[in-house]
Design a protein around this ligand. Sequence first.
Ligand code: SAM
Length: 360
Amino acid sequence: MTDKVIPIHGALRSAPPAPRYDGGPLADTRGRPMRDLRISVTDRCNFRCTYCMPREVFDANYRFLPHEAILSFEEIARLAGIFVGLGVKKIRLTGGEPLLRKDLPRLVEMLAPLGADMTLTTNGSTLVKHAQALRDAGLNRITVSLDSLDDATFRAMNDADFPVAKVLEGIGAAANTGFAPVKVNMVVKRGVNDHQIVDAARYWRSAGRGGGHILRFIEFMDVGSTNGWRMDDVIPSAEVVRRIAEAFPLEPVEPNYAGEVAERWRYKDGAGEIGVISSVTQAFCRDCSRMRLSTEGSLYTCLFAQHGHDLKALLRGGAADDAIRDAIAAVWRLRDDRYSEIRTTETAKLRKVEMSYIGG
Ligand code: SAM
């Protein structure tokens, strides 16, 4: 990347005019139900992964959201309750780095009574410290991002000189507190860490040293507008599967549920499974059931969105739960996003919101 691109926080639109929600099944214009809610609890991160928050953009001058702009735990919990009332079954806490948000276990504790499956995506850097409190608070599952087992490659990718060993310790701590199997996300970028694909598979297979966890390979995506994305840098999941299968034969596995993001493959020798997330080469928009709530309370119906809907104005303007529920239902019902199905090199240049802001 050469020119400095100023990231956008997404032009906000007011929530659309909201007819009273009649309690019926909530489906968007393509018939997709709303099942998942991703909540970004902070736009800050202690890593500067080159494909997500490049340091030349997210530098000392970058203005993260001020404290008063971000939703409080009480506001998040109130909204989450309304979402669950509208059919959401799964909540993922993310960011930025969610464990940078002070007292995150308190939020988990506030959300647990809603009964949704609650998961967290983290870079793992502080998991040793937080795993037990998260477990005690009622978190169900954890996904940890780790793009390489090779220390030099990993340090270069996180651009914070953070060592692999500490993330492995975090994964170990999570497993020891009852979060096993942990899902391990590896974003693959051509020429950067693709030489690590088979090594990672070997390590995380149940026969390997890190055995028992589930490795998932993510195609490098054109989220936001700052990561200098180029199609040439994407390793298609089919290539990932082919490279691993040459070393460890694989066979496909049925999805756990309709709309599962990762396509599953298992080792023929019984050493567990891997997942591949192919947003670029095999779009899964058709089944997308995800709504995203940004750190400052705007709603996004797609990871590649350019616009959000302002829920915070309703929340802080004194709207009753019913009015907020009607607004959320109206946003979902009008949703027609299918960005990954229509992606071209031209759409990739659109000014999309950053993943660190909207929640990964
Ligand atoms: N900080 C947490 C973490 O590292 O997991 C949560 C937020 S992060 C934005 C969520 C996930 O998005 C991580 O697994 C990260 O690797 C992935 N991600 C970020 N930018 C990406 C990109 N351009 N393409 C593919 N995955 C990306």
